[in-house]
Write a protein that binds this ligand. Structure first.
Ligand SMILES: [Zn+2]
Length: 253
C-alpha cells in the first residue's frame, strides 16, 4: 500500500466524514490538508483537525468566492488569531471567472490576497492557492509577497506561468480532473515530480454529465495517483513517494 497525502480537501463539506476518513486510511492516506474557505469553515476545519489528530491538518483561509459581502477584517483577524494551530494559509487566491468578479472585483480580490499572503509570510506558513483564470496575477502576488512555500492547487494555467512556479520552487497539485481535463493534464505532464502534489478538492463532483460522474472523497487520491502515473509513464510507487515527500516538506508534516 502506498502512503499518500491529500493536500487539498474541503472536509467540512464531505458527507459521512467518519466513514470517508476510514476509507482514506484504508487506501493509504496518511494525511489530509483540510482547507478553510471562510470564518465558519475555518472553525469547522480546526475542530476536525483536533478530532482527527495525526490524520487531518488544518489550513485557514478565505476563498475568493466568499469575498462578496464578507467582513474582511473579521475574517483576517480570525485567521491570524488561530494561525499557530494551522499548517498553512488556504484556501486563498484569485478567480477571474466573471461570475466571481461580479461579487468581488479584481482589485478587491488582489488586495485581500496580499493581506492573506502577508499573514502567511509573517508566520512562516505555506499557502494553498486558487488561481482560476488569474494564473499570472496569482503567481506574481505570491512571488512578490516573499512567501517561500506555495501550492497552486488544481493548476490549469499557461505553460509560461507554470515554468515560473517551478523555477521559484513552488508546487502544483494534480486532482481527479487529471483523468480528462486537457489543460490540467498538460500542466501535470509538464511539472517535474519534484514540484508535484496530489489532492482531491473533495467533495467536488468530477466528470459531470459523463458516465463516470462521481463525488470525490479523500480516498480518491488513489485514483489521481493512477492517472498521474499513466500520464507521466512512471511507476505509481515512484510518484507516491515523491509527492508524499513533497507534501511533508511543504506543510511541515
Ligand atoms: Zn478547493
Amino acid at each position: 500500500m502506498y502512503r499518500l497525502v491529500d493536500t487539498h480537501a474541503h472536509l467540512e463539506e464531505v458527507g459521512d466524514l467518519e466513514q470517508a476518513l476510514a476509507e482514506a486510511r484504508a487506501a493509504g492516506v496518511i494525511a489530509v490538508i483540510a482547507v478553510g474557505s471562510n470564518r465558519e469553515s475555518n472553525q469547522k476545519v480546526l475542530a476536525l483537525a483536533r478530532a482527527h489528530k495525526g490524520l487531518v491538518y488544518p489550513a485557514l483561509g478565505l476563498h475568493p468566492w466568499n469575498l462578496g459581502g464578507a467582513d474582511i477584517e473579521r475574517e483576517l483577524e480570525f485567521i491570524e488569531a488561530h494561525i499557530h494551530e494551522a499548517v498553512a494559509v488556504g484556501e486563498i487566491g484569485l478567480d477571474y471567472d466573471k461570475r466571481v468578479r461580479a461579487l468581488a472585483d479584481k482589485d478587491l480580490q488582489m488586495r485581500v490576497l496580499e493581506r492573506l499572503l502577508g499573514i502567511a509570510r509573517k508566520h512562516g506558513k505555506p499557502v494553498s492557492v486558487h488561481s482560476r483564470y488569474a494564473w499570472r496575477d496569482a503567481f506574481s502576488l505570491v512571488d512578490r509577497s516573499q512567501v517561500e512555500r506555495a501550492a497552486f492547487h488544481w493548476y490549469t494555467g499557461t505553460s509560461g506561468v507554470l515554468r515560473d512556479i517551478i523555477e521559484r520552487g513552488y508546487f502544483i497539485s494534480a486532482n481527479p480532473a487529471v483523468e480528462y481535463h486537457d489543460e490540467h493534464r498538460r500542466a501535470v505532464r509538464e511539472a517535474p515530480l519534484e514540484r508535484l502534489l496530489l489532492e482531491t478538492d473533495s467533495p467536488v463532483v468530477y466528470g459531470r454529465g459523463t458516465d463516470f460522474e462521481y463525488q470525490s472523497r479523500p480516498a480518491h487520491v488513489l485514483r489521481v495517483l493512477a492517472a498521474v502515473a499513466g500520464l507521466k509513464g512512471m511507476d505509481e510507487a515512484r510518484i507516491a513517494e515523491a509527492t508524499t515527500n513533497n507534501a511533508a516538506n511543504l506543510f511541515g508534516l
